[in-house]
Design a protein around this ligand. Structure first.
Ligand code: SAM
Ligand code: SF4
Length: 461
């Protein structure tokens, strides 16, 4: 397994190259992040390396000396958004020839997309793939010196590539919420999904590295920590995922420990028991179902049935009192009939999720589903999406009503003159009146509820 780790000397070489790369000049980086939490976590590493090079951080591209666009390829919409932002930087580059612009992330890993970007945006200085973050100092040095456009992509084919770079600096976006990647890549090859092609094969960090990162976060006052992986149940460090979760959740102090995402085919009872038994492990379970119909699930290569999913979801609800259950659904997977779609509506009613994340199916070039006959028209996907949303809104409304009159523990995220907002262990948003400090816990009595927001007031109880 050791060959997946970037050698320590290579990381040290990069970091010593980073030191003082800006030569003491005041410079700023603007990092634009599209897509999922994994990309957000990667951007925090990019920002940390930039800090080491001497770059401050700005949200405003106009004030930047370096713009990094961290792209997402999961749906066409995400790609178009990143490209449209890139298009806006042409003027900036004309006004400031010294400005460096780089594109990275999942889009950079797709050959056709990468080539199209290079052709259509001649002012982009460099492109680098998801495996090349640790090389940022070399990439920037080359761009500053050679002024030649370059592409940094793993030479290995996508069915092999995958590395882990430990020991890179991080500049976190928050001082009380943190994301910790525990594994990278995916081996599941759901037929609609581009992730296995752009993130490579599954590889796991050592538990000691994860545990020491979580320990340091807890010591430094972080209160909401999310363990990240495309399928955390496949974590293959030296201990199992439930054991890793148990140890990460058993450190001194009060905090919420969350994880994302768990594949239904291998969510174990042991995992559910850890959620139930370890107080710091958040009482929340995101279990993406994608469809409620067995033929569609099989065409998606999800490797579970509707019946197995229902059994698992009900087990979680029975074992963990007041657990928040959420899911992902794809609307309009190719060949999905109306009757099959109605089985998805039915499964939502049966499980009674607190929230569903619904996506219109987006054909991803190179994935099997993109070549299936009987693609569903856009308007039909939207109709199904709207029906699902309206069914779900009623369910969420009903579920949240049961909080009225209860007192819940809330991690305060904002406080504007006594108008506070935060989240519960189940990740429910609570708006409340009080004096809570941002990044600290408060007890809140719930006085009103809507589908996706609880309201209340702070109480000493
Ligand atoms: N690994 C996670 C899992 O298996 O649930 C999902 C990661 S993916 C970034 C998040 C969600 O995007 C998926 O659960 C799926 O619902 C959605 N998704 C993936 N590919 C899609 C596509 N081609 N079109 C629409 N939605 C898609
Ligand atoms: Fe994509 Fe499926 Fe892997 Fe999730 S499990 S990242 S949906 S291939």
């Amino acid at each position: 397994m050791s060959e997946i780790f970037v050698p320590r000397e290579e990381i040290e070489n990069q970091l010593s190259l980073a030191d003082g790369l800006c030569g003491g000049k005041e410079k700023n980086v603007c990092i634009l992040t599209f897509g999922c939490q994994q990309n957000e976590a990667d951007s925090e590493i990019l920002s940390g390396i930039c800090e080491r090079m001497g770059y401050g951080e700005t949200d405003d591209p106009k004030n930047a000396d370096l713009i990094l666009i961290n792209t997402c390829a999961i749906r066409e919409h995400a790609e178009l958004k990143a490209l449209s932002r890139t298009g806006q930087f042409k003027k900036l580059k004309e006004q400031n020839r010294e400005l460096l612009i780089g594109i990275c992330g999942c889009m950079a890993e797709q050959k056709e997309r990468r080539e199209a970007v290079i052709k259509s945006y001649p002012y982009v200085d460099f492109v680098f793939g998801t495996d090349k973050l640790y090389m940022l100092p070399t990439i920037i040095k080359n761009a500053l010196n050679a002024k030649k456009r370059r592409v940094y992509i793993s030479e290995k084919p996508h069915n092999e590539f995958g590395i882990i770079a430990e020991g890179l600096p991080l500049r976190r976006n928050s001082d009380f919420k943190a994301k910790v990647s525990i594994m990278y890549g995916c081996d599941n090859f759901c037929t609609y999904c581009v992730v296995p092609y752009v993130r490579g094969r599954e590889r796991s960090r050592c538990s000691a590295d994860v545990l020491s990162e979580v320990e340091s976060l807890v010591k430094n006052g972080y209160k909401d920590i999310m363990l990240l992986g495309q399928n955390v149940n496949s974590y293959k460090g030296d201990i199992s995922f439930p054991e890793l979760l148990r140890r990460c959740g058993s450190m001194d102090g009060e905090y919420f420990l969350r994880f994302m995402t768990s594949h239904p085919k291998d969510a174990s009872r042991e995992l559910v028991e850890v959620i139930r038994d370890v107080p710091n492990v958040a009482k929340q379970f995101h279990l993406p179902v994608q469809s409620g119909n067995n033929r569609v699930l099989s065409a998606m290569n999800r490797r579970y049935t509707r019946e197995k999913y229902l059994e698992k979801a009900m087990e979680i609800k029975a074992l963990v009192p007041d657990v928040t259950m959420t899911t992902d659904i794809i609307c309009g997977f190719p060949t999905e009939t109306e009757a099959e779609f109605l089985e998805t509506v039915d499964i939502i009613k049966q499980v009674e999720f607190d929230m569903i994340f619904t996506f219109l199916y987006s054909p991803r070039p190179g994935t099997p589903a993109a070549n299936m006959e009987d693609q569903i028209p856009h308007e039909e996907k939207v109709r199904r999406f709207e029906l699902l949303s309206s069914v779900q809104n009623d369910i969420a409304d009903k579920l949240n009503d049961k909080y009225i009159g209860k007192t819940v523990r809330v991690l305060c995220e904002t406080n504007e003159n006594g108008k506070c907002s935060g989240r519960t262990t189940g990740n429910k948003i609570v708006n409340f009146d009080g004096n809570a400090r941002v990044g600290q816990f408060a007890n809140v009595e719930i006085t009103a509820a809507a589908a996706y927001i609880l309201r209340g007031k702070e109480t000493n109880q």
